[in-house]
Ligand binder design. Structure first.
Ligand code: VTB
Length: 328
């Protein structure tokens, strides 16, 4: 047992994520009435309100680095807002009360409420550049995948590292027109795709966890989601590599002015400069990572996943909440 392990198990400290999960549970529960109702803003508003309320009970001093937007556009959980009760570690926090508001409004699967936390000042602020190209895999992909290489090379290298046939490799990709060539290249290499309407954070986590059907997650997705994914990858021992993808010269200039680098590979250590990361997510609707909120007689059942980089522990938490305490 090395000294770090001994320290952890001889002197266990608290797992902040065990408190944070109450905020994602609350957000998921409050989003339920809006599932399938066609109003993604109303769903998001209910989840934001619930998440912020419960974050106020958590013993930490969090600053929202990735939130609902700038203060003049987002009344709550705006970038720069302080959350938590102020007693405890100074942290950066990335919140997505609903990752997949369109999924929720449409009543589709894979909507999640999620939070990522790391030491104060450690999360990359890439808010000036909305998208980044990403590739993510589990521990077998560490030192094996390379975002600068063609997807076919990465598929073959990962298959070899995992001891799998290329034909058994599945790559999760957001189902977007911008990915048409990527999807063709994946299939031309002999692998299969798992097309996602939304949610490449869950896609990347599924690629990094054991026992899932996804081996790799690739494509262009949100920069905030890339930072959140990096927090999860550090807990899972997985790998993520990203390259910022500005949509126009104006956005690229804003990124340069913010000190961001282009044509540069941001890996997990650059996306979040901390070895003490937390990630929690609660299912809003059923999905590949966790089940959605269910009503079972007098209880409301939530399923959450809780990850922490220091221990590498992966927790799944089923919670039965007394419906009478949640429903007016
Ligand atoms: C991405 C992905 C997110 O929205 O940001 C996507 O990372 C947005 O892509 O998980 P488009 O702009 O092409 O719609 C999500 O899927 C959900 O927020």
């Amino acid at each position: 047992m090395n000294s770090d392990t001994a320290t952890l198990f001889l002197n266990p400290d608290r797992n902040l994520a065990m408190e944070l999960v109450r905020a994602t549970e609350a957000a998921a529960i409050r989003a339920v009435p809006f599932i399938g109702r066609g109003d993604k803003l109303a769903a998001d508003g209910a989840a934001v309100d619930a998440m912020r309320t419960f974050l106020g009970t958590v013993n930490f001093d969090g600053v929202v680095v990735i939130g609902e937007g700038e203060k003049d556009h987002a009344p709550m959980l705006f970038n720069g807002e302080h959350v938590g009760n102020g007693n405890g570690p100074a942290c950066d926090i990335a919140v997505d009360p609903i990752d997949g508001t369109s999924l929720t409004a449409a009543g589709r699967q894979n909507a999640l409420s999620m939070i990522a936390v790391a030491d104060r000042g450690s999360m990359l602020d890439a808010s000036t550049v909305y998208y980044m190209s990403k590739i993510a895999a589990g521990s077998e992909g560490v030192g094996v995948i390379d975002i600068r290489k063609p997807i076919g090379d990465n598929i073959r290298a990962l298959a070899k590292a995992k001891g799998k046939a290329v034909s058994d490799i599945t790559v999760a990709v957001l189902d977007r027109p911008r990915h048409a060539q990527l999807i063709d290249d994946i299939r031309a290499a002999g692998a299969g795709t798992r097309l996602m309407l939304d949610g490449d954070v869950a896609g990347s986590i599924n690629a990094a966890m054991y026992g899932t059907r996804i081996d790799l997650c690739a494509g262009i997705g949100g920069s905030p989601e890339g930072v959140v994914t990096a927090c999860a990858m550090k807990a899972l021992g997985g790998v993520i590599q990203t390259i910022l993808h500005p949509v126009d010269d104006e956005q690229k200039q804003r990124g340069l002015d913010a000190g961001l680098k282009f044509d540069h590979v941001y890996d997990a250590d650059e996306l979040v400069k901390s070895e003490n990361t937390y990630f929690v997510a609660t299912g809003v609707t059923d999905g590949g990572l966790v089940k959605g909120v269910r009503r079972l007689g007098p209880v409301i059942r939530t399923e959450s996943i809780i990850l922490r980089s220091k221990s590498g522990t992966i927790r799944r938490v089923l919670a039965d909440h007394q419906a009478s305490k949640w429903l007016e």
